[in-house]
Design a protein around this ligand. Structure first.
Ligand code: C2O
Length: 536
Protein backbone atom coordinates (compact mmCIF):
# COMPACT_ATOMS: atom_id res chain seq x y z
CA UNK A 1 0.00 0.00 0.00
CA UNK A 2 1.14 3.54 -0.71
CA UNK A 3 0.33 7.04 0.41
CA UNK A 4 -1.18 9.19 -2.34
CA UNK A 5 -1.20 12.97 -2.20
CA UNK A 6 -3.75 15.12 -4.00
CA UNK A 7 -4.30 18.85 -4.03
CA UNK A 8 -7.79 20.18 -4.65
CA UNK A 9 -7.85 23.92 -5.26
CA UNK A 10 -11.42 25.15 -5.01
CA UNK A 11 -11.57 28.00 -7.53
CA UNK A 12 -14.13 29.89 -9.60
CA UNK A 13 -13.98 29.23 -13.34
CA UNK A 14 -15.95 30.75 -16.21
CA UNK A 15 -17.52 27.83 -18.00
CA UNK A 16 -19.63 27.67 -21.17
CA UNK A 17 -22.35 25.09 -21.68
CA UNK A 18 -25.46 25.09 -23.89
CA UNK A 19 -24.24 28.32 -25.45
CA UNK A 20 -24.13 30.34 -22.23
CA UNK A 21 -21.30 31.19 -19.86
CA UNK A 22 -21.26 31.58 -16.07
CA UNK A 23 -18.68 31.40 -13.31
CA UNK A 24 -18.88 28.10 -11.43
CA UNK A 25 -17.19 26.69 -8.35
CA UNK A 26 -14.76 23.96 -9.42
CA UNK A 27 -11.89 21.83 -8.19
CA UNK A 28 -8.74 22.79 -10.10
CA UNK A 29 -10.83 24.63 -12.72
CA UNK A 30 -12.39 21.41 -14.04
CA UNK A 31 -16.02 20.39 -14.66
CA UNK A 32 -16.39 17.56 -13.83
CA UNK A 33 -13.51 17.57 -11.37
CA UNK A 34 -10.37 15.41 -11.42
CA UNK A 35 -10.57 11.64 -10.93
CA UNK A 36 -9.02 10.46 -7.68
CA UNK A 37 -7.13 7.19 -8.18
CA UNK A 38 -6.06 4.80 -5.42
CA UNK A 39 -5.56 1.12 -4.80
CA UNK A 40 -7.30 -0.90 -2.13
CA UNK A 41 -5.43 -0.37 1.20
CA UNK A 42 -3.80 2.89 0.08
CA UNK A 43 -3.84 5.94 2.29
CA UNK A 44 -5.10 9.06 0.55
CA UNK A 45 -4.32 12.61 1.60
CA UNK A 46 -6.27 15.31 -0.18
CA UNK A 47 -5.37 18.88 0.68
CA UNK A 48 -8.41 21.00 -0.08
CA UNK A 49 -7.62 24.71 -0.36
CA UNK A 50 -10.65 27.00 -0.51
CA UNK A 51 -10.14 30.05 -2.75
CA UNK A 52 -13.84 30.97 -3.13
CA UNK A 53 -16.32 33.00 -1.11
CA UNK A 54 -18.46 29.96 -0.24
CA UNK A 55 -17.78 27.61 2.65
CA UNK A 56 -16.74 24.22 1.28
CA UNK A 57 -16.46 20.60 2.37
CA UNK A 58 -15.75 17.50 0.27
CA UNK A 59 -17.36 14.10 0.84
CA UNK A 60 -15.78 10.84 -0.38
CA UNK A 61 -19.07 9.18 -1.16
CA UNK A 62 -18.99 5.45 -0.38
CA UNK A 63 -15.52 5.41 1.21
CA UNK A 64 -16.11 3.62 4.51
CA UNK A 65 -13.90 5.95 6.58
CA UNK A 66 -13.32 3.27 9.20
CA UNK A 67 -12.66 5.18 12.46
CA UNK A 68 -11.85 8.31 10.42
CA UNK A 69 -15.21 10.07 10.41
CA UNK A 70 -13.29 13.35 10.55
CA UNK A 71 -12.53 12.87 6.85
CA UNK A 72 -16.09 12.01 5.77
CA UNK A 73 -17.03 15.55 4.83
CA UNK A 74 -20.75 16.38 5.29
CA UNK A 75 -20.87 19.96 6.59
CA UNK A 76 -22.03 20.33 10.20
CA UNK A 77 -22.27 16.53 10.58
CA UNK A 78 -18.61 15.44 10.70
CA UNK A 79 -16.85 18.76 10.28
CA UNK A 80 -17.23 22.51 10.23
CA UNK A 81 -16.82 23.91 6.71
CA UNK A 82 -13.49 25.03 5.23
CA UNK A 83 -13.87 28.78 5.02
CA UNK A 84 -12.54 30.96 2.19
CA UNK A 85 -8.73 31.21 2.47
CA UNK A 86 -8.52 28.09 4.67
CA UNK A 87 -7.49 24.52 3.94
CA UNK A 88 -7.99 21.04 5.37
CA UNK A 89 -6.28 17.72 4.62
CA UNK A 90 -8.70 14.80 4.26
CA UNK A 91 -6.72 11.78 5.44
CA UNK A 92 -8.19 8.32 5.03
CA UNK A 93 -7.32 4.73 4.15
CA UNK A 94 -9.34 2.76 1.61
CA UNK A 95 -9.94 -0.47 3.53
CA UNK A 96 -11.57 -3.53 1.98
CA UNK A 97 -13.03 -1.69 -1.01
CA UNK A 98 -12.27 -1.46 -4.70
CA UNK A 99 -14.32 -0.07 -7.57
CA UNK A 100 -15.85 3.21 -8.65
CA UNK A 101 -17.16 5.82 -6.21
CA UNK A 102 -17.49 9.60 -6.34
CA UNK A 103 -16.42 12.63 -4.41
CA UNK A 104 -18.52 15.77 -4.16
CA UNK A 105 -18.97 18.98 -2.21
CA UNK A 106 -21.26 18.37 0.77
CA UNK A 107 -22.59 21.80 1.59
CA UNK A 108 -25.30 23.96 0.01
CA UNK A 109 -25.82 22.95 -3.64
CA UNK A 110 -22.13 23.17 -4.53
CA UNK A 111 -21.99 19.57 -5.63
CA UNK A 112 -23.76 20.65 -8.84
CA UNK A 113 -20.32 21.55 -10.17
CA UNK A 114 -17.94 20.29 -7.48
CA UNK A 115 -17.76 16.56 -8.08
CA UNK A 116 -15.62 13.85 -9.65
CA UNK A 117 -14.97 10.12 -9.73
CA UNK A 118 -13.00 7.97 -7.30
CA UNK A 119 -11.39 4.92 -8.87
CA UNK A 120 -10.10 2.35 -6.39
CA UNK A 121 -8.13 -0.35 -8.21
CA UNK A 122 -7.70 -3.81 -6.69
CA UNK A 123 -4.48 -4.49 -4.80
CA UNK A 124 -1.50 -4.93 -7.09
CA UNK A 125 -1.61 -8.36 -8.76
CA UNK A 126 -5.25 -9.02 -7.86
CA UNK A 127 -7.38 -9.45 -11.01
CA UNK A 128 -10.96 -8.35 -11.55
CA UNK A 129 -13.50 -11.18 -11.22
CA UNK A 130 -14.41 -10.50 -14.88
CA UNK A 131 -12.36 -10.41 -18.12
CA UNK A 132 -9.69 -7.72 -18.09
CA UNK A 133 -10.98 -4.85 -20.28
CA UNK A 134 -8.90 -3.30 -23.08
CA UNK A 135 -9.47 0.15 -21.53
CA UNK A 136 -11.33 1.78 -18.66
CA UNK A 137 -13.36 4.96 -19.06
CA UNK A 138 -14.91 7.16 -16.37
CA UNK A 139 -18.36 8.44 -17.41
CA UNK A 140 -19.84 11.09 -15.15
CA UNK A 141 -23.51 12.02 -15.50
CA UNK A 142 -24.67 15.35 -14.08
CA UNK A 143 -26.87 18.39 -14.58
CA UNK A 144 -26.36 21.94 -15.79
CA UNK A 145 -28.23 25.09 -14.79
CA UNK A 146 -27.91 28.29 -16.81
CA UNK A 147 -28.40 30.27 -13.62
CA UNK A 148 -26.35 30.04 -10.46
CA UNK A 149 -27.35 26.92 -8.51
CA UNK A 150 -27.07 28.67 -5.13
CA UNK A 151 -29.60 31.27 -6.23
CA UNK A 152 -31.85 28.51 -7.58
CA UNK A 153 -32.01 26.86 -4.18
CA UNK A 154 -32.18 30.09 -2.18
CA UNK A 155 -35.15 31.21 -4.24
CA UNK A 156 -36.89 27.91 -3.53
CA UNK A 157 -36.13 28.06 0.20
CA UNK A 158 -37.51 31.58 0.48
CA UNK A 159 -40.64 30.87 -1.52
CA UNK A 160 -41.34 27.53 0.16
CA UNK A 161 -41.88 25.76 -3.16
CA UNK A 162 -39.86 23.59 -5.50
CA UNK A 163 -36.68 24.86 -7.21
CA UNK A 164 -36.25 25.24 -10.97
CA UNK A 165 -35.19 22.07 -12.71
CA UNK A 166 -31.88 21.96 -14.55
CA UNK A 167 -31.50 23.18 -18.13
CA UNK A 168 -29.58 20.14 -19.31
CA UNK A 169 -28.10 16.84 -18.29
CA UNK A 170 -24.46 16.19 -19.04
CA UNK A 171 -22.17 13.28 -19.90
CA UNK A 172 -18.59 13.98 -18.79
CA UNK A 173 -19.49 17.64 -18.52
CA UNK A 174 -21.30 18.09 -21.84
CA UNK A 175 -24.98 18.12 -22.85
CA UNK A 176 -23.86 16.53 -26.11
CA UNK A 177 -24.28 16.55 -29.89
CA UNK A 178 -28.08 16.39 -29.82
CA UNK A 179 -28.54 19.22 -27.29
CA UNK A 180 -30.03 22.58 -28.22
CA UNK A 181 -26.48 23.94 -28.55
CA UNK A 182 -24.88 21.22 -30.68
CA UNK A 183 -21.91 23.39 -31.66
CA UNK A 184 -20.23 22.33 -28.42
CA UNK A 185 -20.14 18.70 -29.57
CA UNK A 186 -19.92 16.47 -26.58
CA UNK A 187 -18.12 13.54 -25.07
CA UNK A 188 -16.75 10.94 -27.47
CA UNK A 189 -15.87 7.41 -26.45
CA UNK A 190 -13.37 6.10 -29.04
CA UNK A 191 -13.47 2.32 -29.50
CA UNK A 192 -11.71 -0.29 -31.61
CA UNK A 193 -13.70 -3.03 -33.24
CA UNK A 194 -13.70 -6.21 -31.15
CA UNK A 195 -12.31 -4.70 -27.96
CA UNK A 196 -14.07 -4.58 -24.57
CA UNK A 197 -14.23 -1.45 -22.42
CA UNK A 198 -15.05 -0.97 -18.76
CA UNK A 199 -17.32 2.01 -18.23
CA UNK A 200 -17.16 3.48 -14.75
CA UNK A 201 -20.49 5.29 -14.52
CA UNK A 202 -21.16 7.90 -11.84
CA UNK A 203 -24.43 9.75 -11.30
CA UNK A 204 -23.40 13.11 -9.89
CA UNK A 205 -26.69 14.84 -10.75
CA UNK A 206 -28.35 16.80 -7.98
CA UNK A 207 -31.93 15.79 -8.47
CA UNK A 208 -32.29 13.16 -11.14
CA UNK A 209 -32.23 9.41 -11.40
CA UNK A 210 -31.05 8.54 -14.89
CA UNK A 211 -31.35 5.88 -17.57
CA UNK A 212 -28.13 5.19 -19.48
CA UNK A 213 -28.11 3.50 -22.88
CA UNK A 214 -25.81 3.00 -25.87
CA UNK A 215 -27.40 2.43 -29.29
CA UNK A 216 -26.73 -1.04 -30.70
CA UNK A 217 -24.70 -2.28 -27.71
CA UNK A 218 -25.44 -4.41 -24.67
CA UNK A 219 -23.94 -3.52 -21.32
CA UNK A 220 -22.69 -6.18 -18.89
CA UNK A 221 -23.03 -4.89 -15.33
CA UNK A 222 -20.20 -6.12 -13.07
CA UNK A 223 -20.18 -3.77 -10.09
CA UNK A 224 -22.30 -1.19 -8.29
CA UNK A 225 -21.20 1.21 -5.53
CA UNK A 226 -17.75 -0.42 -5.48
CA UNK A 227 -19.04 -3.92 -4.76
CA UNK A 228 -18.91 -6.73 -7.34
CA UNK A 229 -22.21 -8.11 -8.61
CA UNK A 230 -23.12 -11.25 -10.55
CA UNK A 231 -22.58 -10.10 -14.14
CA UNK A 232 -25.71 -9.62 -16.25
CA UNK A 233 -26.49 -8.11 -19.62
CA UNK A 234 -28.84 -5.20 -20.10
CA UNK A 235 -29.81 -2.55 -22.69
CA UNK A 236 -30.43 0.10 -20.05
CA UNK A 237 -28.75 1.00 -16.78
CA UNK A 238 -30.65 2.86 -14.06
CA UNK A 239 -28.54 4.98 -11.77
CA UNK A 240 -29.59 7.27 -8.94
CA UNK A 241 -27.67 10.31 -7.71
CA UNK A 242 -24.79 9.06 -5.58
CA UNK A 243 -24.76 5.64 -7.19
CA UNK A 244 -22.03 4.21 -9.40
CA UNK A 245 -22.15 1.32 -11.88
CA UNK A 246 -19.36 -0.48 -13.70
CA UNK A 247 -20.33 -2.11 -16.98
CA UNK A 248 -18.43 -3.82 -19.76
CA UNK A 249 -19.26 -2.93 -23.34
CA UNK A 250 -17.82 -4.82 -26.29
CA UNK A 251 -17.39 -2.94 -29.57
CA UNK A 252 -18.98 -5.70 -31.63
CA UNK A 253 -20.66 -3.65 -34.37
CA UNK A 254 -17.66 -3.27 -36.73
CA UNK A 255 -17.95 0.45 -37.38
CA UNK A 256 -20.06 3.56 -37.01
CA UNK A 257 -21.06 6.31 -34.61
CA UNK A 258 -23.53 5.28 -31.94
CA UNK A 259 -25.60 7.50 -29.70
CA UNK A 260 -24.98 7.35 -25.96
CA UNK A 261 -27.96 8.72 -23.98
CA UNK A 262 -28.61 9.65 -20.36
CA UNK A 263 -32.23 10.57 -19.69
CA UNK A 264 -34.27 11.12 -16.52
CA UNK A 265 -36.20 8.40 -14.69
CA UNK A 266 -38.81 9.89 -12.38
CA UNK A 267 -41.74 7.73 -11.44
CA UNK A 268 -43.42 10.66 -9.78
CA UNK A 269 -46.39 12.60 -11.14
CA UNK A 270 -44.73 15.90 -10.20
CA UNK A 271 -41.56 15.57 -12.27
CA UNK A 272 -41.14 17.75 -15.33
CA UNK A 273 -37.49 17.49 -16.30
CA UNK A 274 -36.98 15.58 -19.52
CA UNK A 275 -33.79 16.78 -21.19
CA UNK A 276 -31.64 13.94 -22.51
CA UNK A 277 -27.84 14.20 -22.48
CA UNK A 278 -26.03 12.61 -25.39
CA UNK A 279 -22.53 11.46 -26.32
CA UNK A 280 -20.95 9.42 -29.10
CA UNK A 281 -19.46 5.93 -29.14
CA UNK A 282 -17.11 6.17 -32.06
CA UNK A 283 -15.43 3.25 -33.87
CA UNK A 284 -11.92 4.11 -35.01
CA UNK A 285 -11.72 4.40 -38.75
CA UNK A 286 -15.10 6.14 -39.02
CA UNK A 287 -15.10 9.86 -39.77
CA UNK A 288 -15.88 11.91 -36.68
CA UNK A 289 -19.27 13.63 -36.75
CA UNK A 290 -22.56 13.40 -34.89
CA UNK A 291 -23.90 9.91 -34.14
CA UNK A 292 -25.89 8.31 -36.94
CA UNK A 293 -27.08 5.19 -35.16
CA UNK A 294 -29.64 6.40 -32.62
CA UNK A 295 -31.59 4.95 -29.74
CA UNK A 296 -34.71 6.08 -27.94
CA UNK A 297 -34.21 6.40 -24.20
CA UNK A 298 -37.00 4.90 -22.08
CA UNK A 299 -39.77 7.36 -21.20
CA UNK A 300 -39.38 9.21 -17.93
CA UNK A 301 -42.02 7.06 -16.18
CA UNK A 302 -40.64 3.69 -17.36
CA UNK A 303 -40.86 2.11 -13.91
CA UNK A 304 -40.90 -1.42 -15.36
CA UNK A 305 -37.57 -0.82 -17.15
CA UNK A 306 -36.08 0.52 -13.93
CA UNK A 307 -37.37 -2.37 -11.84
CA UNK A 308 -36.08 -4.97 -14.25
CA UNK A 309 -32.59 -3.51 -13.82
CA UNK A 310 -32.82 -3.03 -10.05
CA UNK A 311 -34.18 -6.53 -9.46
CA UNK A 312 -31.37 -8.11 -11.48
CA UNK A 313 -28.68 -6.84 -9.09
CA UNK A 314 -27.13 -9.54 -6.85
CA UNK A 315 -23.91 -9.58 -4.87
CA UNK A 316 -21.21 -11.62 -6.57
CA UNK A 317 -21.01 -13.67 -3.35
CA UNK A 318 -17.99 -15.69 -4.46
CA UNK A 319 -15.37 -17.38 -2.27
CA UNK A 320 -13.09 -14.35 -2.61
CA UNK A 321 -15.91 -11.82 -2.27
CA UNK A 322 -18.54 -13.33 0.03
CA UNK A 323 -21.70 -11.39 0.86
CA UNK A 324 -21.52 -10.88 4.63
CA UNK A 325 -25.21 -10.33 5.24
CA UNK A 326 -26.00 -10.02 8.96
CA UNK A 327 -28.05 -13.19 9.60
CA UNK A 328 -29.65 -11.93 12.83
CA UNK A 329 -30.98 -8.52 13.72
CA UNK A 330 -30.32 -6.63 16.98
CA UNK A 331 -32.13 -3.43 16.05
CA UNK A 332 -35.32 -3.46 14.01
CA UNK A 333 -36.08 0.00 12.67
CA UNK A 334 -38.86 1.34 10.47
CA UNK A 335 -38.40 4.84 9.01
CA UNK A 336 -40.99 6.61 6.89
CA UNK A 337 -39.53 8.88 4.22
CA UNK A 338 -41.48 11.47 2.33
CA UNK A 339 -42.61 15.00 1.78
CA UNK A 340 -45.16 17.07 3.71
CA UNK A 341 -46.53 20.61 3.81
CA UNK A 342 -45.61 22.73 6.84
CA UNK A 343 -46.85 26.21 7.75
CA UNK A 344 -44.38 29.02 7.02
CA UNK A 345 -45.09 32.65 7.80
CA UNK A 346 -42.45 34.08 5.45
CA UNK A 347 -43.14 31.84 2.45
CA UNK A 348 -44.78 33.17 -0.69
CA UNK A 349 -45.59 29.87 -2.38
CA UNK A 350 -48.32 27.40 -1.41
CA UNK A 351 -50.53 29.89 0.50
CA UNK A 352 -48.04 30.65 3.24
CA UNK A 353 -46.80 27.10 3.68
CA UNK A 354 -43.73 25.24 2.52
CA UNK A 355 -42.66 21.85 1.36
CA UNK A 356 -40.90 19.99 4.14
CA UNK A 357 -39.43 16.52 3.99
CA UNK A 358 -38.98 14.17 6.88
CA UNK A 359 -37.91 10.79 8.19
CA UNK A 360 -40.28 9.40 10.82
CA UNK A 361 -41.92 12.80 10.86
CA UNK A 362 -38.72 14.58 11.88
CA UNK A 363 -37.50 17.36 9.60
CA UNK A 364 -33.80 17.43 10.37
CA UNK A 365 -32.44 20.83 11.34
CA UNK A 366 -28.79 21.40 10.51
CA UNK A 367 -26.80 22.37 13.63
CA UNK A 368 -24.41 25.32 13.53
CA UNK A 369 -21.52 23.25 14.83
CA UNK A 370 -20.50 19.75 13.76
CA UNK A 371 -22.20 16.77 15.41
CA UNK A 372 -19.04 14.66 15.42
CA UNK A 373 -17.04 17.23 17.40
CA UNK A 374 -19.94 17.73 19.81
CA UNK A 375 -20.09 13.98 20.34
CA UNK A 376 -16.33 13.50 20.68
CA UNK A 377 -15.85 16.41 23.08
CA UNK A 378 -19.08 15.75 24.97
CA UNK A 379 -20.52 19.15 24.17
CA UNK A 380 -24.20 19.10 25.07
CA UNK A 381 -27.04 21.07 23.53
CA UNK A 382 -26.14 20.44 19.88
CA UNK A 383 -28.25 17.34 19.21
CA UNK A 384 -30.61 14.98 20.98
CA UNK A 385 -30.62 11.18 20.78
CA UNK A 386 -34.39 10.76 20.61
CA UNK A 387 -34.76 10.06 16.90
CA UNK A 388 -37.75 7.69 16.73
CA UNK A 389 -36.94 4.10 15.66
CA UNK A 390 -40.52 3.64 14.48
CA UNK A 391 -43.09 5.98 12.93
CA UNK A 392 -44.68 8.20 15.62
CA UNK A 393 -47.79 8.51 13.42
CA UNK A 394 -49.03 5.19 12.17
CA UNK A 395 -51.24 5.51 9.10
CA UNK A 396 -51.77 3.95 5.69
CA UNK A 397 -48.46 5.25 4.30
CA UNK A 398 -49.25 4.59 0.67
CA UNK A 399 -52.97 5.29 0.87
CA UNK A 400 -54.83 8.49 1.67
CA UNK A 401 -52.74 10.40 4.23
CA UNK A 402 -54.27 12.00 7.32
CA UNK A 403 -54.85 15.75 7.03
CA UNK A 404 -52.47 18.28 8.61
CA UNK A 405 -49.64 15.84 9.05
CA UNK A 406 -47.05 18.44 9.96
CA UNK A 407 -43.51 17.41 10.67
CA UNK A 408 -41.56 18.35 13.79
CA UNK A 409 -38.18 20.07 13.53
CA UNK A 410 -35.16 18.76 15.38
CA UNK A 411 -31.49 17.80 15.30
CA UNK A 412 -32.13 14.25 16.38
CA UNK A 413 -29.81 11.27 16.00
CA UNK A 414 -30.41 7.54 16.51
CA UNK A 415 -27.85 5.97 18.81
CA UNK A 416 -26.51 2.46 18.17
CA UNK A 417 -23.95 0.37 20.07
CA UNK A 418 -20.78 -0.74 18.30
CA UNK A 419 -20.88 -3.96 16.28
CA UNK A 420 -24.62 -4.55 16.46
CA UNK A 421 -26.77 -5.49 13.49
CA UNK A 422 -29.49 -3.27 12.14
CA UNK A 423 -32.41 -3.98 9.90
CA UNK A 424 -33.85 -0.75 8.61
CA UNK A 425 -37.05 -0.65 6.59
CA UNK A 426 -37.46 2.57 4.64
CA UNK A 427 -41.11 3.18 3.85
CA UNK A 428 -42.15 5.77 1.26
CA UNK A 429 -45.15 7.90 2.12
CA UNK A 430 -47.46 9.47 -0.42
CA UNK A 431 -48.37 12.56 1.61
CA UNK A 432 -47.78 14.92 -1.31
CA UNK A 433 -47.07 12.27 -3.89
CA UNK A 434 -45.26 8.94 -3.84
CA UNK A 435 -41.72 9.36 -5.09
CA UNK A 436 -38.59 7.27 -5.41
CA UNK A 437 -36.06 8.48 -2.83
CA UNK A 438 -32.42 7.39 -3.32
CA UNK A 439 -31.26 7.08 0.29
CA UNK A 440 -27.53 7.26 1.04
CA UNK A 441 -25.97 6.01 4.26
CA UNK A 442 -22.54 7.36 5.17
CA UNK A 443 -19.93 5.16 6.87
CA UNK A 444 -21.40 1.78 5.90
CA UNK A 445 -22.35 -0.44 3.03
CA UNK A 446 -25.66 -2.21 3.51
CA UNK A 447 -27.39 -5.19 1.96
CA UNK A 448 -30.77 -4.64 0.29
CA UNK A 449 -32.56 -7.75 1.59
CA UNK A 450 -36.15 -6.96 0.59
CA UNK A 451 -38.38 -4.61 -1.34
CA UNK A 452 -42.07 -4.27 -2.03
CA UNK A 453 -44.97 -2.06 -2.95
CA UNK A 454 -47.54 -0.70 -0.50
CA UNK A 455 -47.04 -0.82 3.26
CA UNK A 456 -44.32 -3.02 4.75
CA UNK A 457 -45.77 -5.99 6.62
CA UNK A 458 -43.41 -7.04 9.45
CA UNK A 459 -45.09 -10.46 9.77
CA UNK A 460 -45.16 -11.54 6.14
CA UNK A 461 -42.47 -9.65 4.24
CA UNK A 462 -39.32 -10.86 6.08
CA UNK A 463 -40.13 -14.43 4.98
CA UNK A 464 -39.20 -13.42 1.43
CA UNK A 465 -35.97 -11.64 2.29
CA UNK A 466 -32.82 -12.59 0.39
CA UNK A 467 -30.12 -13.21 3.00
CA UNK A 468 -27.84 -15.08 0.57
CA UNK A 469 -26.74 -12.72 -2.21
CA UNK A 470 -28.56 -9.38 -1.88
CA UNK A 471 -26.89 -6.43 -3.57
CA UNK A 472 -24.51 -4.48 -1.34
CA UNK A 473 -24.37 -0.73 -1.79
CA UNK A 474 -24.31 2.68 -0.13
CA UNK A 475 -27.22 4.37 -1.94
CA UNK A 476 -30.54 2.79 -2.84
CA UNK A 477 -33.93 3.88 -4.11
CA UNK A 478 -36.94 3.48 -1.84
CA UNK A 479 -39.52 2.51 -4.46
CA UNK A 480 -42.24 5.02 -5.17
CA UNK A 481 -45.24 3.94 -3.07
CA UNK A 482 -43.30 1.09 -1.52
CA UNK A 483 -40.52 0.11 0.88
CA UNK A 484 -37.04 -1.32 0.98
CA UNK A 485 -35.33 -3.31 3.76
CA UNK A 486 -31.58 -2.98 4.33
CA UNK A 487 -29.20 -4.60 6.81
CA UNK A 488 -25.84 -3.44 8.06
CA UNK A 489 -23.40 -3.97 10.93
CA UNK A 490 -22.37 -0.99 13.06
CA UNK A 491 -18.63 -1.67 12.75
CA UNK A 492 -17.70 1.99 12.35
CA UNK A 493 -17.85 4.32 15.35
CA UNK A 494 -18.82 7.93 14.71
CA UNK A 495 -21.70 10.07 13.50
CA UNK A 496 -23.04 8.99 10.13
CA UNK A 497 -25.38 10.98 7.98
CA UNK A 498 -28.25 9.31 6.13
CA UNK A 499 -30.25 11.28 3.60
CA UNK A 500 -32.07 11.38 0.32
CA UNK A 501 -29.51 12.01 -2.42
CA UNK A 502 -31.97 14.18 -4.34
CA UNK A 503 -30.46 17.45 -3.14
CA UNK A 504 -33.79 19.26 -3.12
CA UNK A 505 -35.15 16.69 -0.65
CA UNK A 506 -32.05 16.96 1.54
CA UNK A 507 -32.58 20.71 1.61
CA UNK A 508 -36.18 20.17 2.67
CA UNK A 509 -35.03 18.00 5.61
CA UNK A 510 -35.04 14.39 4.40
CA UNK A 511 -31.99 13.52 6.46
CA UNK A 512 -30.92 12.19 9.88
CA UNK A 513 -27.80 10.76 11.49
CA UNK A 514 -26.81 7.59 13.31
CA UNK A 515 -24.46 7.86 16.25
CA UNK A 516 -22.41 4.68 16.62
CA UNK A 517 -20.62 4.40 19.96
CA UNK A 518 -17.02 3.26 20.37
CA UNK A 519 -16.40 -0.41 20.95
CA UNK A 520 -14.28 -1.72 23.83
CA UNK A 521 -11.46 -3.27 21.78
CA UNK A 522 -8.22 -1.50 20.84
CA UNK A 523 -9.31 -0.86 17.22
CA UNK A 524 -12.93 -0.04 17.90
CA UNK A 525 -12.85 3.67 18.67
CA UNK A 526 -13.02 6.79 16.63
CA UNK A 527 -9.50 8.16 16.14
CA UNK A 528 -8.71 11.62 17.54
CA UNK A 529 -9.46 14.60 15.26
CA UNK A 530 -6.68 15.92 13.00
CA UNK A 531 -5.08 19.15 14.17
CA UNK A 532 -6.21 21.13 11.10
CA UNK A 533 -9.89 20.18 11.47
CA UNK A 534 -11.86 23.37 10.71
CA UNK A 535 -13.76 25.05 13.52
CA UNK A 536 -17.16 26.72 13.25
CU1 C2O B 1 -23.09 11.70 -1.68
CU2 C2O B 1 -24.20 12.68 2.08
O1 C2O B 1 -23.67 12.29 0.14
Amino acid sequence: STVRHYKFNVVMKNTTRICSTKPIVTVNGLFPGPTLYAREDDTVLVKVVNHVKYNVTIHWHGIRQLRTGWADGPAYITQCPIQGGQSYVYNFTVTGQRGTLLWHAHILWLRATVHGAIVVLPKRGVPYPFPQPHKEVVVILAEWWKSDTESVINEAINSGGAPNVSDAHTINGHPGPLSNCPSQGGFTLPVQNGKTYLLRLVNAALNEELFFKIAGHKLTVVEVDATYVKPFKTDTIVIAPGQTTNALVTADQNSGKYLVAASPFMDSPIAVDNVTATATLHYSGTLAATPTILTNPPPQNATAVANQFIDALRSLNSKTYPAKVPPKVDHNLLFTVGLAINPCSTCTALNGSRVAASINNVTFVMPTTALLQSHYFNKSGVFTTDFPGNPPNVFNYTGTPPVNLQTTNGTKVYRLPYNSTVQLVLQDTGIIAPENHPIHLHGFNFFAVGKGLGNYNPKKDPKNFNLVDPVERNTIGVPSGGWIAIRFRTDNPGVWFMHCHLEVHTTWGLKMAFLVDNGKGPNESLLPPPSDLPTC
